[in-house]
Design a protein around this ligand. Structure first.
Ligand code: FMN
Length: 446
């Protein structure tokens, strides 16, 4: 038999549009943000790096979530302000450079980059964590730079789940509540920002309701529900049957509730918010393709992909975005059928991008960016490792006599040839790389 709570929840789910009573809200800390009435950019590993967030804000996103970053990777990281761009960067040494023999000449890698001006009061930092103490330590490091800390309790990937993070936390609600309570206790008074959580649906409404009822008692200010269960693939349509219930439980506790899953734009979001009684909505994949989905029809509606791409490229250069990430995002934004799609795929520098996209007006900015990142004409190729064939020749040389002389000549001929290739940058284009080599991944794919 259903409990009184289940009955209330079922009624709320059945009549989600019914006017809901006003209740006291969990207070929003002085530097925090209220998620009510907001349409926000979802946390997205890879697709939610700084230029994407700036573009979403430009087109009217009210708040932006950064990509999930695992607590481990922040502990021991350093914070710096990039003197050229003014961006805040969290960096760390790549893991393979820890031995003194390896550390010489190895640059630290940027694991997170944010804009202290344009993202001020709008950036929510999402943590991947399975441990209250580590979550607090990591949150303390980033809290002065952000407007909120969100805990990922929905990532279904093995990396997260096997580490007890992401969707694994949905199965251990007391552990998840413990993490949120620790963050509320330590971070809210010290930094004046709010704590929130992003969950997925559980299999049945009573299970989801029990989870949400526990989470809203932790002191969080917001809860986002991704309307898919953990086993559901992104292609499967989001299910909204439990949404009215989740919204009602959050409202009763004074916690803002954002809906997520197949929200495609501002006008549709307004309708869904009214229909399900939630406080706001979050967009991921639609924004990955064209972040102008945050703009209402009344304000101009969707921009063309060409406009979005041009602006994206400018932001990417302004913040010195890693070229592989820029290329990935361009591939999401440019339709596969467009002639430029294949051209962009071949690009290895920012100058290449401006040529492929016909933005010659940005060529000088692109050249400056290439110079800083060591791309295109500024690329420094690593010393080639001796090939096996060469090694064998060297071994043959050690056998002495005439054979030694002959082998030596061949090797020196080959080295000369390789030297000539290196002396002509641009003749043979190698894979584009940033001078800061990638460390063990700081953020994980979700
Ligand atoms: C490329 C990509 C990366 C994502 N990374 C994260 C992440 O870091 N943290 C998270 O909670 N969800 C992540 N998600 C899930 C989204 O935030 C969102 O919940 C999901 O895509 C459903 O929203 P949509 O239907 O608007 O795409 C990611 C999704 C995509 C497509």
């Amino acid at each position: 038999m259903a409990t009184a709570e289940q009955t209330t929840a079922a009624a709320a789910a059945a009549t989600p549009a019914a006017p809901l009573p006003r209740v006291p809200m969990v207070p929003i800390p002085p530097r925090g943000v209220d998620y009510r009435g907001k349409l926000v950019l979802a946390p997205m590993v890879r697709s939610g790096e700084l230029p994407s967030r700036l573009l979403a804000l430009h087109y009217g996103a009210d708040l932006v979530w950064g990509p999930e970053t695992v607590d481990h990777s922040l502990i021991g990281a350093a914070r710096r302000v990039n003197p050229r761009t003014g961006m805040v960067e969290y960096t760390r040494q790549p893991s393979h450079s820890h031995s003194p023999a390896n550390s010489a000449g190895v640059h630290e890698s940027v694991i997170y980059r944010l804009d202290p001006a344009r993202e001020r009061g709008k950036l929510v930092f999402q943590l991947g964590t399975a441990d209250p103490a580590r979550a607090v330590a990591a949150a303390r490091f980033v809290a002065p730079d952000v407007a909120g800390i969100d805990v990922n309790a929905g990532c279904p990937k093995p990396f997260s789940v096997l580490g007890g993070m992401g969707a694994a936390l949905l199965q251990t609600p007391e552990k998840l509540a413990g993490i949120l309570e620790a963050l509320v206790k330590e971070i809210v008074p010290e930094f004046g920002i709010g704590i929130s959580v992003k969950i997925r649906l559980l299999e049945t409404a009573p299970e989801t309701e029990a989870l949400v009822r526990r989470l809203v008692r932790t002191g969080i200010t917001g809860l986002t529900v991704h309307c898919r269960t953990t086993p559901m693939r992104p292609r499967e349509r989001a299910i909204r049957g439990q949404l009215g219930m989740v919204a009602a439980v959050c409202r009763e506790a004074g916690v803002a509730c954002l809906m997520n899953g197949d929200v495609e734009g501002r006008d549709q979001a307004d309708r869904l918010v009214a229909e399900f009684g939630v406080d706001g909505a979050m967009i991921a994949t639609a924004a990955e393709k064209n972040p102008s989905c945050f703009r209402s029809a009344a304000d101009g509606g969707m921009a063309s992909w060409e406009d979005a791409v041009e602006r994206y490229l400018r932001y990417a250069m302004e913040v010195e975005n890693k070229i592989s990430n820029t290329k990935f995002l361009l591939a999401q934004m440019i339709p596969g059928k467009a002639a430029t799609y294949k051209e962009v795929h071949k690009c290895k520098s920012y100058v290449d991008f401006t040529r492929a996209l016909g933005h010659e007006g940005m060529a000088e900015m692109a050249r400056e960016t290439d110079k800083v990142l060591g791309l295109g004409e500024f690329e420094v190729k690593p010393e080639p490792k001796p090939k096996n064939k060469q090694k064998n020749q060297q071994q043959q040389q050690q056998k002495g006599g005439q054979q030694q002389q002959k082998g030596g000549q061949q090797a020196s001929k080959k080295r000369k040839h390789e030297g000539e290739e290196r002396a002509e940058p641009g003749k043979k284009m190698a894979e584009a790389v940033e001078p800061t080599p990638a460390a063990a991944p700081a953020s994980v794919a979700v």
